[in-house]
Design a protein around this ligand. Structure first.
Ligand code: PLP
Length: 367
């Protein structure tokens, strides 16, 4: 029996999304063509734009389809043309890796972007800036104080981009109420297909395209649209109310799980702040994340390491390091990210696996 507890990495395709793809397989037109086949494809694309906008209370015209969250972040940050980039230390690599000259906004030990530091950074340099702070962190689930970030940025004339890839579908996301200038989404995190996403942009922001060529997406994103991906995104977006109800119920499963993990010696990261309802980042002292992930996999549970593996070495999580965790702890964190329908019945077996893995260092020492 296999259990998937890695919804923050990607979510299984929703049946509604699979159905939408199947139906669209018959639609072969290019949305740019003026004939009936093109108009049919264009109709699907524009319906999808409405659905995606509706899911996050945004104007339909604000939606620019992209190849995913990564490209949406590129388009936002390079496209807005600001000289200074201020990005939080806990952003996904799809923001952190974009610009070596970006300035890093530190976070507190509880995992929240440090607003005092942001104010100081904004005040010390008058060049036009863009601030990028994610809505919720992919490793800890900690929800960021976006309203405060926007208030501060406005005082200094800076634009605000938020990567809402993890937040969408798990907590209510309201583009209009957030009042950010740009917001990134990804379909595969909410049960749509991989390789499609969107950047939402306020009407007063002028972007320079990142991908140039044809005039698709109002000249902002060249390339014939991934219509199958887009229709799956629309179906997943239409399911957001169902996902939100499911994830709200999963809060209780997560609470039970965390209580049991704490009793077994685990340390829950970011627990002092409001978090996504499905995400648990937990440190198992003295057992490398990689060993834990393999151990869980052998026991039938898909979980992920807070640490990234690069050139054969497991690096400690940059998120935990930014929160002030020592390297030895930061390399022992794993992430369990539950699905909107994960049942409470998984808790005892997860905890059992956890306990057997946590006993590993003692067993090695005794041998
Ligand atoms: N931003 C965050 C916070 C993510 O978690 C991810 C995916 O893991 C991305 C961006 C990248 O999205 P995509 O896989 O659609 O490029």
């Amino acid at each position: 029996m296999r259990h998937y507890l890695d919804y923050n990495a990607t979510a299984p395709l929703l049946p509604a999304a699979a159905e939408a793809i199947k139906a669209a397989l018959e639609i072969y037109g290019n949305p740019a063509s003026v004939h009936h086949a093109g108009r049919e494809a264009k109709g699907l694309r524009e319906n999808a734009r409405r659905q995606v906008a509706l899911a996050v209370n945004a104007p339909t015209a604000s939606v620019i389809f992209t190849s995913g969250g990564t490209e949406a972040n590129h388009l936002a940050l390079y496209g807005c043309g600001r000289e200074r980039w201020l990005v939080s230390a806990i952003e996904h690599s799809a923001v952190l890796q974009l610009n070596p000259y970006a300035e890093t906004i530190p976070v507190t030990e509880r995992g929240l972007v440090d607003l005092t530091a942001l104010a100081t950074m904004l005040a010390r340099d008058p060049r036009p800036a863009v601030v990028s702070v994610m809505l919720a962190n992919n490793e800890t689930g900690v929800i960021q104080p976006l309203a405060d970030v926007v208030r501060l940025a406005r005082q200094f004339g800076a634009l605000v981009h938020t990567d809402a890839v993890q937040a969408c579908g798990k907590i209510a996301v309201d583009f209009t109420a957030l009042d950010v200038d740009m917001l990134s989404l990804s379909a595969h995190k909410i049960g749509g297909a991989k390789g499609v996403g969107a950047l939402l942009v306020k009407s007063n922001i002028t972007l320079t395209p990142w991908l140039r060529g044809g005039g698709q997406e109002r000249n902002l994103r060249a390339g014939t649209e991934n219509l199958l991906g887009i229709v799956s995104f629309a179906a997943a977006a239409a399911s957001v109310p169902v996902l939100l109800r499911g994830y709200a119920a999963v809060t209780a499963v997560r609470a039970e799980l965390e209580q049991a993990l704490r009793s077994a010696g685990g340390e829950i990261v970011g627990a002092a702040e409001a978090r996504l309802p499905n995400t648990t980042c937990v440190i198992m002292p003295a057992v490398d994340a990689e060993k834990q992930v393999i151990g869980f996999d052998l026991a039938g549970f898909a979980v992920s390491a807070g640490a990234a593996c690069s050139s054969g070495k497991v690096k400690p999580s940059h998120v935990l390091r930014a929160m002030g965790y020592a390297e030895d702890k930061a390399r022992c964190a794993i992430r369990l990210s539950l699905g909107f329908n994960t049942p409470a019945t998984i808790v005892p077996s997860v905890v059992q696996v956890w306990q057997s893995l946590a006993a590993l260092p003692q067993r090695v020492a005794a041998a």
